[in-house]
Design a protein around this ligand. Structure first.
Ligand code: BMA
Length: 382
């Protein structure tokens, strides 16, 4: 806004051109497919309209009114049941792809994940992929099992490294198998080694040095994008809660290895933590917005939620103040996995009316508004 008040119009139009150039070249994979490039700039553009609302595993399963589970229904999501529309973004997890399992770690068949990614893409929605792999040097251990210096063991031992490349090949094959109706590659956001400021995964802060984390990230991204020519990825960096810029950047591999800046934050111990949660999340959003400015990177809350939605007005009281006028491209709430482990409203849930208020506020973008943004194509010029 203040741009138009400036007494230096020529200088400013020059800087606008410059920032447009920065935006169009900021994406890290120079060989990305055109649709992937479009998605990157589309995520910046749609942020001007609102925050794309997403849920993990939204299309695969959810909860019925009596809290029993529905699984594998077609064209169903709990968000659609309560709001009339699917979320604008859907998350999936590739944990157990490294084991050659038919199902992911939460029992969702990889074939189903692939089909849902395609359907969501055909509707104009965004797909984001996380990965909770078992321990690469001991597949009998899960992501969460305590395992010291796994990354060091992979990077410093040729045999372990070669084995890990085989795991990355499985990821690459999966990404390259994501095809749209014309055989074109479907762009997806890949968010590896997340919540690494915490120490609950084998890639967490206590189990590798910042240097090792960055090396491991670089190895992974370069192997996928350069060696395997997986050119349909936007790469998201997502910490857990962080204290300040320095903490956020401690393990940041560099602007040339990250497309989207993100963080995960969960609301725990409500209502006594309500105001602290709002202020912390708002602070962290402001930090990644600032960090993204010079490079023009989109930024997002890559995971959030209040387990069991124990506050009926959580959406307007807690989420709305954090996201309104935030510039965030998207936010993702976690899965409706079990009667005691859910994060989105479902039929009969106490927060349904409040979620609809958030929907009506215009702050979030669900399926229809996201489709109208034409994220994989040229801007519609609205
Ligand atoms: C966690 C929980 C687990 C799940 C994992 C990966 O937060 O939802 O039940 O296995 O995410 O999706």
């Amino acid at each position: 806004m203040s741009l138009f008040k400036s007494p230096f119009p020529y200088f400013l139009s020059f800087s606008i051109i410059l920032s447009a150039i920065t935006l169009s070249t900021a994406q890290i994979d120079k060989n990305a497919t055109q649709a992937t490039k479009n998605l990157y700039s589309g995520l910046k553009r749609s942020a001007l309209q609102g925050v794309i609302f997403g849920q993990q595993d939204a299309l695969a399963y959810g909860l019925k009114a009596d809290k029993s589970r529905w699984v594998s229904d077609e064209d169903r999501s709990d968000i659609k049941t309560v709001s009339g529309e699917h979320p604008g973004l859907v998350g999936y997890d590739l944990g157990h792809i490294e084991l050659d399992s038919a199902n992911n770690l939460d029992g969702v068949p990889f074939a189903r994940i692939k089909a849902d990614i395609r359907k969501n893409y055909e509707h104009g929605g965004v797909n984001t992929i996380s990965w909770h792999p078992n321990n690469p040097v001991d597949f009998s251990k899960t992501s969460w099992d305590k395992a010291d210096f796994t990354i060091r063991k992979i990077l410093s031992d040729e045999k372990n490294k070669k084995n890990f490349e085989k795991t990355l090949d499985k990821l690459a094959d999966f990404f390259l198998s994501l095809k749209g109706p014309k055989g074109e590659l479907i762009p997806v956001i890949f968010r590896p080694y997340h919540e690494h400021t915490g120490s609950w995964f084998w890639w967490g802060a206590d189990y590798c040095t910042p240097q090792e984390y960055k090396q491991f990230w670089t190895f992974t991204v370069e192997y996928l994008q350069k060696t395997r020519k997986v050119n349909n990825l936007l790469i998201a960096y997502s910490t857990d809660n962080f204290r300040n810029k320095e903490h956020y950047l401690e393990r940041y591999p560099g602007d040339d290895l990250v497309d989207i800046l993100g963080f995960d934050t969960y609301h725990r111990n409500p209502p006594k933590s309500d105001s602290a949660f709002i202020s912390n999340a708002t602070r962290m959003v402001a930090t990644i917005r600032d960090l993204g400015k010079p490079s023009g990177k989109p930024f997002a809350i890559t995971e959030t939620g209040l387990e069991q939605l124990t506050e009926a007005n959580w959406w307007t009281k807690i989420v709305q103040p954090i996201i309104q006028n935030s510039g965030l491209s998207y936010m993702l709430v976690w899965r409706n996995g079990r009667p005691d482990h859910y994060y989105a409203p479902f039929e009969g849930n106490d927060t349904v009316e409040d979620f609809k208020k958030l929907q009506q506020s215009g702050n979030i973008l669900l399926e229809k508004k996201v489709a109208s943004e034409n994220l994989y194509g040229k801007p519609t010029g609205k």
